[in-house]
Every structure is written in structure tokens, then in C-alpha cells.
Design a protein around this ligand. Structure first.
Ligand code: NAP
Length: 288
């Protein structure tokens, strides 16, 4: 397998800093660099010592790098690709950790040379926190990572990216980018829409009924809405980049919700009991 002399991280928040923490101990590369656009993040990175070199220039970060891992909000991907594309060495492998895949594949096809392989990736792991200080070792352990490489990508490049995720404890699945976006729309993006929207509803109610509803929210509400504390830039970008799949899945979800509403109106206890029994069984079968 191709040897990785230098790995470069572009955007090093929760996901890329967790990856850097894990990889540092795995003898996967000889040296590492990371780009951050802000002085504040660069200073944090210098203190954390999770990469060898902290850079404020795209060119210096990716120069001579064999593997580049992009970890920025998905709407920033296009500008990042444009800024690094002229500085990539021949045969470099570019991968990413973005939550949406189809739009990123399109951008990379337009902006990257044929001498560079783009192997899109999405580790299914995370928390509601952001920034390099919120990353931690073991975030990816026992999780799944989805890769959506094109049929034209060199097999050797795909193997490097699979090896990287295997080293930090992830199983890797290969998927079509469009299918990835559809699956993630219902399993991740719509749950975030519901959490954001219900917190908004409760807060509006608070104003209209002039009582501190949020203060008295039971633990169910707190557990259920944890993800509404997630980064607004990241989630705004995901909603816009995966618009079509999200709208498709939202239609199906709204239809199911309407059926539930009718059952409550009609006091259809059998429907409610059967649905809740079925979903309880499904939920209990989900481990990690
Ligand atoms: P994060 O903690 O907010 O870190 C994002 C990083 O991107 C920061 O280092 C930030 O740099 C940089 N950045 C933001 N906008 C930029 C721009 N316009 N140009 C250059 N750099 C920019 O985010 P994250 O949670 O690691 O997420 C990174 C990616 O992983 C996203 O695409 C997200 O969809 C995906 N993802 C997230 C999760 C999750 O649970 N969080 C899970 C799987 C995948 P500065 O600090 O210098 O501003």
C-alpha cells in the first residue's frame, strides 16, 4: 500500500481533531500539518500538539502531502478545493468527512485535476460540540464510515482511506453518493430538523404563555433535543447541500406524522399501541 509521508488536515474542529488524536499513535504517517483560518484555533492547536505543524496558508499545509483530509462545513468545501487544487502534488489523495456527499462529488469533479483522487468520506460519529478542543480519542471506535468513491478512483487510493478509518476503529462501507444522502437525510438530517424545530416551538410557547417552559422540561425533552445544541453553520450547510433528499424524506415523515395525528383524534388505541410497540422494538435493537 502507498506510504503516507505527510497527512494534511484542512479545517480541524471536532471531527478532524479527533482523527488527528487517534492517528498520531498509529504509525500511519511520518508528519502532519493542519490549516486553520483563525489565529484563535491555531493557538489552541499549538497547545494541543496533535499535529506537527499548524499553518495559516493552504499552500504550505498541502504542499507535498500524500493525503489531505478536509473537515470544514460542507458549503465551505468548494472554496477550500479551489484554494488547494493548484498546490496538490501529483498522485495526492483528497478525502473529506462531510455529512453530505453528492454535491461535494460534483464540486471535486469540476475543480480537481485527474492526477488527484478524491475519495469522499463520512464517518458516522460525532457530538453536538465543535472546535478542536472538543475532539477526543476514541470518537470513531466501533462506528461505521461511508466512502463514496467514483469508479474511476485508483483502487490503491481507496485502500489508503479505508486503512485510515480501520485504524481508528471504524468499519467502512462503500456507497453511491446519492444513496448516502438519502439514507442520511432520514437517519440524521431530519432528526436534527425535528430537534431544532421543537426547541423553537417550546421557546415561542414560553413567550406566549408567559411561563418558563424550558426550565421545567422533563429529561425526555432534554435527551431528545440534545442535538439542537449542534453547530448552526454546520447544520445550515447540511440542509442546503442535501435539500432534495431532505425534502423527499420530510414528505414521507410528514405523511406518517399525519397518520399519528388522525389516530390520536380518533382515539385509535390499537393503532397507537401497535406503532409504539413496533418502534420500541426497533429502537431497542439499535446499539451503536
Ligand atoms: P467544527 O468542529 O465546527 O470544525 C469545523 C472546522 O472548519 C473549523 O476548524 C473551522 O476553522 C473550519 N472552517 C469553517 N468554515 C471554514 C471556511 N469557510 N474555510 C475554511 N475553514 C473553515 O466542525 P466538525 O463537527 O468537525 O465538522 C466538520 C465536517 O464534518 C462538517 O462537514 C460536518 O458535516 C462533518 N461531520 C460532522 C459530524 C459531527 O457530529 N459534528 C459528524 C460527521 C461529519 P476555524 O476554527 O479556523 O474557524
Amino acid at each position: 500500500m502507498k506510504k503516507i509521508k505527510k497527512i494534511a488536515f484542512i479545517g480541524i474542529g471536532l471531527i478532524n481533531s479527533s482523527l488527528a488524536r487517534d492517528l498520531r499513535e498509529k504509525n500511519f504517517y511520518q508528519k502532519s500539518s493542519a490549516y486553520s483560518r483563525t489565529k484563535k484555533t491555531r493557538n489552541i492547536l499549538k497547545k494541543l500538539k496533535i499535529v506537527d505543524k499548524v499553518e495559516d496558508s493552504y499552500a504550505n499545509t498541502v504542499r507535498d502531502a500524500d493525503l489531505i483530509v478536509i473537515g470544514v462545513p460542507v458549503e465551505a468545501f468548494s472554496s477550500v478545493i479551489k484554494k488547494i487544487s493548484n498546490h496538490l502534488k501529483q498522485g495526492a489523495i483528497v478525502t473529506d468527512v462531510g455529512s453530505v456527499k453528492k454535491s461535494l462529488v460534483k464540486i471535486s469533479q469540476k475543480s480537481l485535476s485527474k492526477e488527484v483522487d478524491f475519495i469522499p468520506g463520512h464517518p458516522i460519529a460525532g457530538t453536538e460540540n465543535s472546535g478542536p478542543e472538543s475532539g477526543f480519542k476514541g470518537l470513531f471506535k466501533d462506528g461505521h464510515c461511508i466512502l463514496t468513491p467514483s469508479a474511476l478512483a485508483r483502487k490503491e487510493s481507496v485502500e489508503v482511506v479505508i486503512k485510515m478509518w480501520n485504524l481508528v476503529g471504524m468499519k467502512v462501507d462503500i456507497m453511491d453518493p446519492e444513496y448516502h444522502d438519502l439514507v442520511l437525510a432520514i437517519t440524521s438530517h431530519i432528526p436534527h430538523i425535528i430537534a431544532y424545530s421543537i426547541v423553537g416551538t417550546v421557546s415561542n410557547l414560553e413567550k406566549s404563555i408567559k411561563t418558563e417552559v424550558i426550565k421545567y422540561a422533563a429529561s425526555g425533552f432534554k435527551d431528545f433535543t440534545r442535538i439542537a445544541a449542534s453547530d448552526p453553520v454546520m447544520w445550515r450547510d447540511i440542509m442546503l447541500s442535501n435539500k432534495h433528499s431532505i425534502l423527499k424524506m420530510l414528505k414521507i415523515f410528514k405523511n406518517d406524522l399525519a397518520k399519528l395525528e388522525v389516530a390520536i383524534k380518533k382515539e385509535d388505541s390499537k393503532f397507537l399501541f401497535n406503532l409504539f410497540s413496533k418502534t420500541r422494538k426497533i429502537r431497542k435493537s439499535i446499539t451503536k
